[in-house]
Design a protein around this ligand. Structure first.
Ligand code: ZN
Length: 242
């Protein structure tokens, strides 16, 4: 009985940046995770394959650079305070209030509001608990808030990331083409921003993939095999072009 209690107590509270996920779960390189995100863009098929690697690097770099400008410490309390002091409301709506249940958090412009969905907090807390870590809830909240903070900064100060990065030419009719931005680049940059601010050793995009595969009942080995397959599939596309 006493052993049991002491082993429960030994599960000390750890910050996200201290967790080396690759020791517990299969991982993917950040550019591959970013490419999986970019592929979801409705205009991805119009992107020249030779430009994929560079555009992903640019989006990742942009998010990282913007994070450096924020001059904020990694401390969740400080980050949350800074966000609130900049005039953003943070709310925690339950799942029922959300139309799309796969969304973890959301930014609304008027008035500036970040909604962090409770089901997502629970899912992540549970995931880390299962992995063997007791992560403070405020760390998980901050992970969501920082991502949406990026979108707030885009809409209030910086302008949309996808409009700053190269666009794709989409044929309208005959010889007429129109330039279209790749909206998913905003997500890639937001994740890179979050990783940099929270000093995470892994991309937050990795969590989305792991959680989705776990939700679909995949074993660790099946996830590893799937990731190996993706890595091989995208290696060519992401290797530097001569
Ligand atoms: Zn986003």
């Amino acid at each position: 009985m006493s052993t049991r209690y002491s082993s429960m107590n030994s599960k000390r509270s750890v910050s996200l940046h201290e967790i080396a996920l690759e020791r517990w779960w299969p991982t993917l390189p950040t550019p591959v995770l970013a490419l999986l995100e970019l592929e979801q863009d409705p205009f991805y098929s119009f992107l020249d394959e030779r430009k994929v690697s560079d555009i992903i690097d640019e989006a990742l770099y942009y998010g990282k650079q913007q994070a450096k400008k924020m001059e904020v410490s990694r401390s969740p309390t400080q980050i949350i305070n800074q966000v609130i002091h900049s005039g953003i409301r943070i709310r925690f709506p339950p799942k029922e209030t959300q139309q799309n249940h796969t969304i973890r958090a959301q930014y609304r412009t008027t008035p500036p509001t970040i909604d962090v969905y409770r089901h997502s907090l629970q899912e992540l807390l549970h995931f880390f608990q299962k992995t063997g870590f007791k992560v403070p809830q405020e760390e998980i909240i901050t992970l969501h808030v920082v991502h949406e903070w990026f979108h707030h900064m885009e809409s209030s100060h910086w302008g949309r990331t996808d409009l700053k990065l190269p666009k794709v030419s989409v044929p309208l009719w005959g010889p007429i083409y129109k330039h279209r931005p790749l909206k998913r680049l905003r997500e890639i940059a937001a994740h890179s921003f979050t990783q940099e601010i929270m000093e995470l050793p892994w991309s937050p995009l990795l969590l989305d993939h792991l959680l989705l595969l776990i939700q679909h009942g995949q074993s660790k080995q099946q996830i590893r095999d799937h990731f190996t397959h993706l890595n091989v599939k995208y290696q060519m596309l992401l290797s530097p072009k001569k």
